[in-house]
Design a protein around this ligand. Structure first.
Ligand code: CTP
Ligand code: MG
Length: 239
């Protein structure tokens, strides 16, 4: 089957607090978005890439990405799920959609290949890269019931320890049949449920989603401290 990558790249990067959306910051010789795009275009099983970009984005036109005929561009939306939905709408309908955050440039070819194997696994309807949680997980008491010290707004109080057994971090790419994902995203958005990744929409729609153990180096660049870390992983990849 044909596999089309959809890259949501329409975020503003508020947590990065940079002078531009984080996907346009340069690390290891090119912008984060270019690293991500090149990683997907380099995979021989990915036919095309659809980029969802903010309509009033001053940085995107300065890149020289659109010279590749396999790349097309759509407008992003209010939330990440809206951006992905716009990307999926640009597909013909019979493909598999491989959705991957612009902010994850360190994804490896091997992990993409491992995820693509779920296409041939009839026990699940698509799947995601994920990595097991490493730290002990604490649930905090909610802000209402907890009287935090006004002197220390960063202090939270432990309610209890969550079992780490069977707990995973969801990564991207996430791979689903495009028509099923299209309907699942529409349903999740119109029902007002929280759709923070494609799998959550597919789960809500009742599908069984596979998880493929991927590398924890496939970080989502979120905070300033992630930039040197991503740069380190990218240099490792280039070796
Ligand atoms: N994204 C998008 N459209 C949105 C919001 C996010 O396409 N309306 C994209 C981002 O560009 C990013 C990916 O979704 O590649 C993951 O989102 P996140 O890491 O949260 O990026 P931002 O929303 O840009 O960052 P922040 O939440 O800190 O503002
Ligand atoms: Mg965000």
């Amino acid at each position: 089957p044909r596999v089309i990558a959809v890259i949501p790249a329409a975020g503003v990067g508020s947590r990065m607090q940079a002078d531009r959306p984080k996907q346009y910051l340069t690390i290891a010789g090119k912008t984060i978005l270019e690293h991500t795009l090149d990683a997907l275009l380099a995979h021989c099983d990915i036919d095309r890439v659809v980029l969802a970009v903010s309509p009033d984005d001053a940085y995107f036109p300065t890149l020289e990405l659109t010279s590749d005929e396999r790349v097309s561009v759509v407008h992003g939306g209010e939330e990440r799920a809206d951006s992905v939905l716009n990307g999926i709408k640009a597909l013909h309908g019979d493909e598999w959609a491989l959705v991957h955050d612009a902010a994850r440039p360190c994804v490896s070819q091997d992990d993409i290949s491992a995820l693509l194997n779920v296409i041939n696994d009839s026990t699940v309807t698509g799947g995601i890269l994920a990595t097991p949680v490493r730290d002990t997980m604490k649930r905090a008491v909610s802000n209402q019931e907890c009287s935090t010290s006004p002197a220390n707004p960063s202090l939270s109080v432990v309610s209890h320890t969550e079992s780490r057994a069977n707990l995973w971090h969801a990564l991207t790419p996430q791979l689903f049949p495009a028509p099923l994902l299209l309907n699942a995203l529409k349903k999740g958005l119109s029902d007002g449920v929280e759709i923070t990744d494609e799998a959550s929409a597919m789960e809500y729609a009742g599908y069984k989603v596979g998880m493929v153990n991927g590398s924890p180096a496939n970080i989502k660049i979120t905070h300033p401290a992630d930039l040197p870390l991503a740069e380190f992983y990218l240099h490792q990849k280039l070796k």
